[in-house]
Design a binder for this molecule. Structure first.
Ligand SMILES: [Zn+2]
Ligand SMILES: [Zn+2]
Length: 318
């Protein structure tokens, strides 16, 4: 791969295209009028690369190393990552892990909030049955409503639904053209826009046993991610989080992680029926809150062990 291990000062064929990729996801500004990106690995590109590595949870080397190249070539969401430059006029504010769109917009409705969603009748795919599509979305919406006091209800009326879901190909009039197979998979707009678009050029799957294509993309995983955007979440740098921007083909990733839950609950509060689920902790490592919980459990465990030892000791004495 020609970019591999390129660093500052190198001149590499195709670097201009890579810069456009970085521009597209918010890491570089549009080049000044009547100029184009050059093939030079310059300071500006190095800064862009460092902030990309930080946002995507990759070791911050400032070089196009193999870990970075792997992430760059994986399929991903079309919504930008960085808070430096906007891709569609909407800036994205990044925090260490979860992030919001600029200004942290959310759906403002009288509580309990119910948002309606509808599928376009015209922008559809024909090789997955409509009932399978509906079920995949129903499960995806349910995961978010389990943690926040927001309900989602399917509506027949696409024109007035809060969230409008459809498959589109190439340039489809919102300034965020799709790019064919893989690359960008889908995008959704920040609150309270409600547009939710999937790239019609992908091979969408609801069941990998039936869909054998190597490039197949799991519909439910992408739906769960894009609903996060619809609710107001930006991209997370936590690889295991639903809101991480990339998803490999033939991969199912549908469970919210603690990072997603904390992010969305900071916007909407907690669903009163939500109970902290220890399954969420498998992505551990990352949250201080989680570490604290783990430490508490560890302490209880230690206490239990000590008590057991004392009992064993006493039994021996008897
Ligand atoms: Zn996204
Ligand atoms: Zn679109």
């Amino acid at each position: 791969m020609r970019f591999l291990d390129a660093g500052k000062g190198s001149q590499v064929d195709g670097m201009a295209e890579l810069k456009s990729y970085f521009r597209r996801f918010g890491y570089l500004p549009i080049p000044p009028e009547n100029t184009t990106f050059t093939d030079l690995f310059d300071d500006e590109f190095e800064n862009a690369l460092l902030s990309y590595q930080k946002n995507l949870g990759i070791f911050e080397t400032g070089k196009l190393d193999s870990d970075t190249m792997k992430v760059i070539v994986s399929p991903r969401c079309g919504v930008g990552d960085s808070d430096s430059y906007s891709t569609n006029g909407k800036k994205v504010k990044t925090t260490r892990r979860y992030a919001y769109f600029y200004g942290a917009p959310r759906w403002v409705r009288r509580s309990p909030i119910t948002l309606t969603y509808a599928f376009s009748q015209t922008h559809t795919i024909d090789y997955v049955s409509h009932s399978d599509v509906r079920l995949a979305f129903e499960r995806a919406f349910a995961r978010w409503s389990a943690v926040i006091p927001v309900n989602f209800k399917e509506s027949e009326d696409y024109s007035v639904a809060d969230i409008r879901i459809g498959w589109y190909g190439g340039d489809h009039g919102d300034g965020e053209a799709f790019d064919g197979v893989l690359g960008v998979l889908a995008h959704a707009f920040s609150p309270e826009n409600g547009r939710f678009h999937l790239d019609a050029a992908e091979r969408w799957a609801v069941d990998f046993d039936e869909e054998k294509s190597k490039a197949a993309v799991d519909l439910e995983s992408v739906a769960t991610h894009e609903i996060g955007h619809v609710l107001g979440l930006g991209h997370s740098s936590v690889k295991e989080a639903i809101m991480y921007p990339s998803l490999s083909p033939r991969t199912r990733k549908v469970e919210l992680r603690i990072d997603d839950v904390e992010g969305v609950q900071a916007l909407y509060g907690s669903n009163p029926n939500y109970r902290y689920d220890s399954k969420l902790e498998s992505d551990i490592s990352l949250g201080c809150g989680v570490d604290l919980e783990r430490r508490k459990r560890l302490m209880m465990w230690t206490v239990t062990v000590v008590i057991l030892e004392i009992m064993i000791f006493l039994i021996h004495l008897i």
